[in-house]
Design a protein around this ligand. Structure first.
Ligand code: PXP
Length: 247
């Protein structure tokens, strides 16, 4: 079994929010990602709505033919939106207002009842629920007890390892966690900080079902597309081309 690729389009919304307009459109990004083979679209509706908006979630659930995976905190307002919109999957993540991105996994061992209630509420709406957890045995077992359908293993420490030895040690932790997740009969996903250099060993873990990747893909897209975008603008300015409707 090959893992599915969930493409996280949050950064497209970040760029749009920088100007406060409607471009670039995350829905268009989702459609392009799907056309290029993405097996799912992932987006994070944060409490502070700093990038993705509720309207993006609704539009992407309508536009995508592949499953949509909503990342969200245990926050009553966002949970109510998830229940109302009904994406195929939700991934519960911790959220701190000042963080640049999700730092560390969810502490399900620290608040199992509250997280268990939210898991049950989302599942009652027909949504499969993953918990975003560090590769830590205690957290994985608490996640299973909370009734989650699966675990997304946080690969940030592996991705940020500064030496090859540290990366190997983190990979071993992820491998053991993956083995435990399979033993608990939970869905096995992973993500955070995965890029074109570090993804292969994670993709090769036995039983890995899904990888959710955002930053590296959107960053790569800029450079893959920048030359063509400049050439197009240059042709418009020099009159070598009739205007095109795309932004
Ligand atoms: N999975 C989860 C739960 C996340 O919070 C994020 C970041 O939004 C990702 C995956 C994607 O991480 P990255 O953008 O580093 O690929």
């Amino acid at each position: 079994m090959k893992p599915r690729l969930g493409v996280n389009i949050d950064h497209v919304a970040t760029l749009r929010q920088a100007r406060g307009g409607s471009s670039p459109d995350p829905v268009r990004a989702a459609v392009i990602a799907e056309g290029a083979g993405a097996d799912g679209i992932t987006l994070h509706l944060r409490e502070d709505r700093r990038h993705v908006q509720e309207s993006d979630l609704r539009a992407i659930v309508d536009a995508a033919s592949v499953p949509v995976n909503l990342e969200l905190a245990v926050d009553p307002e966002v949970v109510a939106i998830a229940v109302d919109v009904g994406p195929a999957n939700c991934c519960l993540v911790p959220e701190r207002r000042k963080e640049l991105t999700t730092e560390g996994g969810l502490d399900v061992a620290g608040s199992p009842e509250r997280i268990g209630e939210v898991v049950a509420e989302l599942q009652a709406a027909g949504i499969k629920v993953q918990l975003f957890l560090d590769p830590d045995e205690e957290q994985l077992e608490a996640g299973a007890r909370a009734g989650a359908d699966g675990v997304e293993i946080h690969t940030g420490a592996y991705a940020n390892a500064s030496t090859a030895a540290d990366a190997r040690a983190e990979m071993e932790r992820i491998g053991s966690a993956a083995f435990r997740v399979r033993g608990l009969r939970l869905r096995l996903h992973a993500g955070h900080g995965l890029d074109y250099r570090n993804v292969v060993p994670v993709a090769q873990i036995e039983g890995m079902e899904e990888l959710n990747i955002g930053h590296a893909i959107i960053a790569r897209a800029l450079f893959d597309g920048l030359g063509g975008a400049v050439r197009h603008m240059k042709r418009l300015i020099t009159g070598d081309m009739v205007g095109s409707a795309t932004d």
